[in-house]
Ligand binder design. Structure first.
Ligand SMILES: [Zn+2]
Length: 223
């Protein structure tokens, strides 16, 4: 299933009553097109004059990019709800998925037979199943320790990333390519310089079918 906002809202109401005594604040629900996460909780962080941190304006997004089993959609909603519970009640956890998070996760898994996990990233199979054709403009770089990295840019940010990448990172080499291969759908299209480490061998065949590009700072075209 691909969850609608109405579906997410209905499950939220049900689980809020069942697991959290109906105490969770109701966020805005979104059914999103996220490329790397199944679920996501966005919020605003405020610090008072006395240094107390509070969280508000929650937005709960579940990806509708892939057709997922309903149970996985539900587990994703509950995962984000545990984040919401911790943030909205002012509890301090040891990390993003720290001790408090894990305790709640295990409790709900055991008592209600669920299969919530820490990681809510897509699996390799799910990524491989994404066959949508899009244009990708990306830089493949080599780091000083020999590892390969990739930066797929948002269309509007190609030139700024082209300028900034070698300033922000120390790189042995930096090559630009264009491709419509769905393989590259798995990487986020960034607007600020970020490098994702990739397996050079896995990448190689996709580079062969890509077009190498040259950039002069204001235009980018095939070599
Ligand atoms: Zn999480």
């Amino acid at each position: 299933m691909k969850p609608t906002e109405a579906y997410i809202a209905a499950r939220f109401a049900e689980y809020n009553a069942l697991f959290f005594g109906g105490k969770l604040p109701v966020p805005i629900f979104r059914s999103g097109n996220a490329r790397s996460m199944l679920g996501h909780l966005r919020y605003r962080r405020k610090r008072s004059l006395l240094g107390r941190v509070t969280y508000s304006d929650f937005v709960l997004t579940v990806s509708s990019r892939f057709d997922m089993p309903e149970e996985e959609v539900q587990d994703t909603i509950i995962h984000e709800m545990i984040h919401l519970y911790i943030l909205s009640s002012g509890i301090r956890d040891t990390s993003a998925h720290g001790r408090v998070f894990r305790t709640w996760m295990q409790k709900i898994n055991t008592e209600y037979g669920r299969h919530i996990t820490i990681s809510h990233r897509f699996t390799r199979d799910e990524l491989a199943a994404d066959t949508h054709l899009r244009k990708h403009c990306f830089c493949v770089c080599e780091l000083p320790d020999g590892r390969k990295g990739i930066t797929v840019t948002a269309e509007s940010a190609v030139f700024s990333i082209y300028r900034q990448l070698p300033k922000v990172f120390t790189l042995r080499s930096c090559r630009w390519y264009g491709s419509t291969d769905p393989y590259f759908n798995r990487f986020p299209h960034v607007r600020t310089p970020k490098i994702f480490i990739v397996d050079g061998e896995e990448l190689e065949p996709y580079l062969k079918s890509s077009v190498e590009l040259t950039c002069d700072g204001s235009s980018i075209r095939p070599v």
